[in-house]
Design a protein around this ligand. Structure first.
Ligand code: IYR
Length: 227
């Protein structure tokens, strides 16, 4: 016989906002304008950023929905210069191998409009690097057994979206950087094997007169179907 869970769900009241449609339209359009002005930045200022802003943004990321509410994320904030330097060295080592041989021609062609290469000075210049880890398994408090988390990648992806939005609304620049392979991040940052580096996000003010690639977003009719 399959064991049934003896845990009873508990439901509580929750206050949801309910706006007039005109107000809802204004709000959603405002959020669109805010997020449409976000751009990935690879050229950062070293100007200091209050840590409280980073904390609040990570708290926001932690509000993301997650598989079985297991919240399978860990946000490691790196401000230490020595650690940043080690991360840069390891990332540039991997990236150099990638750009100079591991990435197929068609991938490099896709990246050409972004103007990227293996040099990653932003890893030392940005005041913070947030390394997001995906927690793949946890040890159950009661049984002591290791069990998987559920939909971890989807959950962490949503949390990262909220993190980027929160940092952007504070006027901070971000980049979703994925040095590949990312195994060195868990090693340098001393994370357990159950945690996998998911993305590395440099955070700070953009460099003065920063420029971003001249690329475009797909129009709505190319990203939405209505049936
Ligand atoms: N990780 C490399 C290459 C790279 C890959 C993708 I997909 C991008 O959208 C951008 C860059 C780098 O960070 O340069």
């Amino acid at each position: 016989m399959k064991q049934e869970s003896s845990i009873e769900p508990v439901f509580i009241k929750h206050e949801f906002a309910h706006y007039e449609q005109a107000e809802a339209r204004r709000r959603v359009a405002g959020f669109y304008r805010l997020m449409n002005a976000r751009r990935s930045v690879r050229d950062f200022s070293s100007e200091a950023v209050e840590f409280e802003i980073i904390e609040q943004a990570i708290a926001t990321a932690g509000t993301a929905p997650s598989g079985a509410n297991m919240q399978p994320w860990r946000f490691v904030v790196v401000k230490d210069n020595d650690i940043k330097r080690r991360i840069r060295e390891a990332a540039e080592h991997e990236e150099r191998l990638s750009y100079e041989g591991r990435m197929p021609e068609r991938w490099l062609r896709r990246l050409a409009p972004l103007g990227t290469d293996w040099h990653k000075p932003f890893l030392e210049i940005a005041p913070y690097l947030i390394v997001v880890f995906r927690i793949d398994s946890v040890v159950d408090d009661e049984t002591g057994e290791r069990e998987p988390t559920y939909y971890a990648a989807e959950s962490v992806g949503i949390a990262v979206g909220l993190l980027l939005a929160a940092l952007h609304t504070a006027g901070l620049a971000t980049l979703t950087h994925t040095p590949s392979p990312m195994k060195f991040l868990g090693e340098i940052l001393g994370r357990p094997k159950s945690e996998k580096a998911f993305v590395l996000i440099p955070v700070g003010f953009p460099a003065e007169n920063v420029r971003v690639p001249d690329i475009e977003r797909k129009p709505l009719n190319e990203i939405m179907s209505v049936i």
